[in-house]
Design a protein around this ligand. Structure first.
Ligand SMILES: Cc1ncc(COP(=O)(O)O)c(C=O)c1O
Length: 412
């Protein structure tokens, strides 16, 4: 699908704010949403708003919708079955709840490894669970020159006491992608489980939980063009084997035993539409299985996103007053998402984002809960970084405008 045509599907991208087209470079904080997602959510609420298990049409529809949403996510992640997909309010709440269940048998002497690349949803959950059991948490460092995981340090922490490794698939701050398959192999050699945070990675590349062989993987639909719904995939043996905290009358079968309270059914309608939107970018008809369409779609968006990264990094080379944290090497674009962490000589991150915000260029500043990363990089107490986050719907022209604004700021 052509970029202009694709952008027309997003009301937010078509709007004018004070006569100007806003420039959304805030994707890692939450992506924009296509009309098909909005329509699916409003149709569910408008005609079928109900709950599960009733003896009437809208409740039947809700049951079927939930089933369809699980299948859509199973296709999205290549889960072996839809029963291995758990929904919740958001990734953080789900991870706290999984951490409680997974840590039930931990004891003093047990260890957990997190990494300095992680968002603290995937750190605090485990740190607090470990604290309750007298277990300890160790943090693997990153290589500062490119913000990738320091694998040698990670290996030095791993031992037969390691119960779990929690790490991010891609950094929500620098865009650096971790080699999850390798980490899983190493962790499994010592009998440790691996809980992957794919929140930042999910809108950018195709995930294959079977190829990764990870034990759990979490993501969040509002980062991949959908609404606020959290998702966890788990291996069947774990979803059946661990005991979740659940209300007693609720059925004790997977995946429902992990889902507390009533889900956002309108959100689930949006999740299906978001995944179908991504699949539609393949340009293939619905006769082709959804997983295959998703693979083709992600190959296309990755190519476009690498073009954006290449342009971004080339322009950045001409502005020595701006420092980049993360992969700058243009021969390694496949190892990053188009998310860039920057600091500006003479300007606080907030000053930069405010300057850009006045021109309706939407970017974030701060630490994005990637506290370990910001501490290791020494920016935690300096307002963090400015984060420029591109998505497949962004254009090179938009980046030209961004760099014009950077030049204005630096020459002010
Ligand atoms: C990498 C990463 N992990 C986890 C989260 C938390 O996700 P949620 O907002 O669904 O709890 C975020 C949110 O920004 C994130 O960027």
């Amino acid at each position: 699908m052509e970029l202009t045509q694709l952008r027309r599907q997003f009301p937010a991208l078509m709007q004018q704010v004070n006569g100007q087209s806003p420039l959304f470079l805030d994707g890692p904080g939450g992506s924009q949403v296509p009309q098909s997602v909005l329509s699916a959510m409003s149709a569910y609420l408008g005609y079928f708003n109900s709950n599960l298990g009733g003896a009437f049409f809208s409740s039947d529809k809700t049951v079927a919708l939930m089933d369809d949403a699980r299948q859509a996510v199973a296709d999205f992640l290549n889960a072996p079955s839809k029963e291995q997909i758990v929904f919740g309010a958001n990734m953080t709440s789900l991870t706290f709840s999984f951490s409680r269940a997974i840590s039930r048998d931990w004891q003093a002497g047990d260890e957990v490894i997190v990494t300095n690349a992680d968002h603290y949803s995937n750190v605090s959950s485990w740190r607090l669970a470990a604290e309750d059991k007298g277990a300890s948490v160790l943090a693997a460092r990153i290589n500062e020159q490119d913000c990738t995981l320091d694998l040698a340090h990670f290996k030095s922490l791993l031992n037969e006491n390691t119960k779990l490794v929690a790490l991010t698939y891609a950094s929500n701050t620098t865009g650096s992608i971790n080699d999850i398959k390798q980490v899983v192999e190493l962790a499994h050699q010592v009998g440790a489980l691996v809980y992957v945070d794919a929140v930042h990675y999910a809108p950018h590349e195709l995930i294959d939980v079977q190829a990764l062989d990870c034990d759990f993987l979490a993501c969040s639909a509002y980062k991949f063009f959908g609404p606020h719904v959290g998702i966890v995939y788990g291996k069947r043996e774990h979803l059946e084997g661990f005991t979740p905290y659940k209300v007693e009358p609720a059925k004790d079968v997977i995946p429902g035993r992990w889902e507390t309270g009533t889900q956002s059914f309108e959100g689930l309608a949006g999740v299906i539409a978001a995944i179908d939107y991504i699949a539609s970018l393949s340009g293939m008809t619905q006769d082709t299985p959804r997983r295959e369409r998703l693979a083709v779609a992600f190959a296309k968006t990755k190519q476009h996103e690498m073009k954006l990264s290449e342009y971004f990094l080339t322009r950045l080379e001409q502005l020595p007053q701006i420092s980049l944290f993360g992969i700058a090497d243009k021969s390694r674009l496949s190892e990053r998402t188009p998310t860039f962490a920057l600091t500006f000589e003479g300007f606080e991150p907030r000053q930069v984002s405010e300057f850009l915000g006045k021109q309706h260029i939407c970017v974030w500043d701060g630490n994005f809960y990637a506290q370990g990363l910001c501490e290791q990089l020494g920016v935690m107490d300096k307002g963090g970084v400015v984060r420029i986050g591109c998505m497949h719907y962004n254009t090179v022209e938009e980046l030209e405008n961004l760099f014009m604004a950077f030049e204005q700021l630096l020459s002010a």
